[in-house]
Design a binder for this molecule. Structure first.
Ligand code: FAD
Length: 517
């Protein structure tokens, strides 16, 4: 009799498992989701639109796209999945502006949340002594710029391109030429509202639920969905002096960059890029830079050598032009660039910050924006940047690079080690960004295969030379690789995952956690 009871028990368990799996098969997902009460709606028809990204290389079709109208839409949906338990297999990816490179904002047969549909309260600028703006997690940085400028204010830390969402950049770090001074965008946030993987809506900050706050910043979307953020602001300038100077020697270039990010009185923005061949000497695709002395630019002869371009910006108010000019003269006199290669431009603050968008519009009109982008972003410690430059710019990349190669240093002291972002151990480290576009179906040096092989060679070199490199916007697919990427931070990352998203529902496209842990 006991045996019969046992067998019946097993049968019931087996059948209930089968039922759960049948219930949650791909085809039954729409009816499961339609039952969820929402202010917004699910879309089951145009899901292919959420199965692509800027990288243009990975396509994972979701089962549904949620267009939330409220935070509660997001919380209710995730809570619903949480209550279905581990067997549902359903995952959720927040999609900001979809500017990931390898499917990070996609969810194969899961739910993609279109964060730009989220209409929270309007952006609210607080213009007191420590000004800030409260924004939705799906807000584009360009909109935040325009709104805060109405109060004469602007965020302190930027990315080079502003058509990205707050939630998307805060899930990585958000860096540009202001980061040496203000830190990345994740160092300039005071408060977040987050929906965790259990569907709980939690407000967090340095002081309140601080572990969740730090987890989510740079957290690759693993711990919660950022639905609201409080971004620090500063008084905005009117105009920007935008300067480029050239170097033929990497060591001199790096000494000057490091000098500029270390002194008190300096430029407001310090970046740089590598010019492997002579085309695009001053203008490359990510910039609308238009120097006042283009004749001189055209006359400059590099003799085919690799050049290093230091890019600088000084902000100023219209009534302070003279002071700005003097400060620039003083700072430039401390640098050792090739003296005939000083190129200057003067633009409005908005023109400067939104510079990459100008190129986007041009490239789109030529059908060159939606091509594969096998980008590679690396953080290299200062002590190894010379070895890196010798090998990579001297041996690996000797031909034309089909897209800009950025290189600039930042100060580690401006990064908070409690966040999830992984950076090298040294006080100064460089961002080196290979922002390559591949020509579709080309089998030549501008084709995808060739560029991927080059990327692989660069990564292999970093590995064998023990450079202490860390990937920014990291792209790994096995847990071993992720474990190595996080290094000593891995255990904490795993603990945080089991605290805030124990079923591993969130951001499956990062390929860190494959199933419930
Ligand atoms: P998505 O690609 O949609 O999402 C990225 C990841 O974040 C995904 O895993 C997604 O699930 C998750 N996510 C999205 N929204 C949320 C949310 N609200 N809450 C939690 N998780 C979320 N980066 C820099 O740091 N500096 C630069 O100068 C820079 N320039 C760039 C220029 C271009 C042209 C492009 C295409 C990218 C650039 N990036 C730069 C990289 C960019 O910051 C990242 O790709 C970022 O993730 C894109 O934001 P997004 O809104 O499109 O996010």
């Amino acid at each position: 009799r006991n045996n019969i009871l046992l067998i019946r028990g097993f049968m019931i368990l087996f059948l209930s498992c089968v039922t759960i799996r049948i219930n949650l098969s791909f085809s039954s997902i729409p009816s499961t989701l339609r039952a969820i009460p929402l202010d917004g709606h699910f879309n089951f028809d145009e899901v292919h639109l959420a199965a692509r990204d800027f990288g243009n290389r990975y396509q994972f079709l979701p089962a549904a796209v949620l267009h939330p109208k409220s935070v509660s839409d997001i919380a209710t949906t995730i809570k619903h999945i949480w209550q279905m338990g581990p067997h549902s297999g359903l995952t959720v990816a927040a999609r900001g502006h979809g500017h990931s490179l390898q499917g990070q904002s996609q969810a194969h047969q899961g739910i993609v949340i279109n964060m730009e549909s989220l209409h929270g309260p309007d952006m609210q600028v607080s213009a007191g002594n420590s000004p800030y703006v409260d924004v939705s997690g799906g807000e584009l940085w360009i909109n935040i710029l325009h709104e805060s400028l109405k109060y004469g204010l602007a965020p302190k830390s930027w990315t080079d391109y502003l058509h990205l969402t707050v939630g998307g950049t805060l899930s990585n770090a958000g860096i540009s030429g202001q980061a040496f001074r203000h830190g990345p965008q994740i160092s300039n946030v005071h408060l977040l509202e987050v929906v965790t993987g259990k569907g709980e809506v939690v407000t967090c900050s340095e002081k309140q639920n601080s572990d969740l706050f730090h987890s989510v910043l740079g957290g690759l979307g693993q711990f919660g969905i950022i639905t609201r953020a409080r971004i620090l602001l500063e008084p905005a300038p009117d105009m920007v002096k935008w300067i480029r100077v050239l170097y033929s020697d990497f060591t001199t270039f790096a000494i000057d960059q490091e000098h500029l990010i270390s002194v008190e009185k300096t430029f407001d923005y310090v970046e740089g890029f590598v010019i492997i061949n002579r085309t695009g000497l001053l203008n490359n695709w990510r910039s609308s830079f238009n120097p006042q002395d283009p004749v001189q630019a055209r006359q400059f002869k590099s003799d085919g050598k690799t050049l290093f371009c230091l890019e600088l910006a000084k902000y100023f108010h219209l009534d302070e032009t003279e002071v700005a000019n003097q400060e620039i003269e003083n700072l430039l006199s401390q640098l050792s660039y090739i003296k005939s290669t000083l190129f200057q431009s003067e633009v409005t603050y908005v023109e400067f910050l939104d510079r990459v968008h100008v190129s986007e519009v041009k490239l789109r009109s030529k059908g060159l924006w939606e091509v594969p982008h096998p980008w590679l972003n690396l953080f290299i410690p200062k002590s190894k940047i010379h070895n890196f430059a010798d090998e990579v710019f001297g041996n690996i990349l000797t031909e034309t690079s089909n897209g800009p190669i950025l290189i600039y240093p930042v100060n580690k002291s401006k990064w908070d080690n409690r966040t999830s972002t992984v950076i090298p151990e040294e006080d100064i480290f460089y961002l080196v960004a290979f922002l390559t576009s591949a020509v579709p179906s080309s089998t030549g040096t501008d084709g995808l295969e060739h560029i991927l092989t080059q990327n692989k060679r660069i990564l292999e070199y970093c590995e064998t030379a023990h450079l202490g490199m860390k990937q920014y916007l990291p792209q790994y697919s096995t847990q071993e690789e992720w474990r190595a990427h996080f290094g000593p931070k891995w255990e904490v990352f795993v603990q945080r995952k089991s605290a805030y998203d124990p079923l591993a529902v969130l951001a499956p496209g990062q390929r860190i956690f494959q199933k419930a842990i």
